[in-house]
Design a protein. Sequence first.
Length: 133
Amino acid sequence: MHKLLRNTAFRRLLFGRLVTNAGDSLYAVAAMWLVYELTGSSTYTGLAGALTMAPQLAQMLIGPLVDHWPFRRLLIAVQLVQATVVLVIPVAWLFGIRSVTLVLVVVPILSLLNQFVYPAQSAALPELSHKRN
């Protein structure tokens, strides 16, 4: 384990995933909470939860595609796109747009983007574990 933690590329991946997973978890809870605050409806809140989970069905199709792309670029690109998509909601609020529809559109997009990350990190781990600093 010490050998692996001395690997700079592995530490970057580990730290990046810890931060990303924390952010994803906070966002998922905040998005459903926001849907509930906007609608007061448990139905819409449940729909937000379902829309968060639905893109996981696509992971079996996305996994083989990910193998053809450079892991580092893919992981960075997905995180940048996710950050941009997440910013849509607060920017909309700044302009007075408080729409549950907007939240319900953004939630599955973010979840779909995440489906690229998990296969990429899984494929990168064996490569990183054998790589020297």
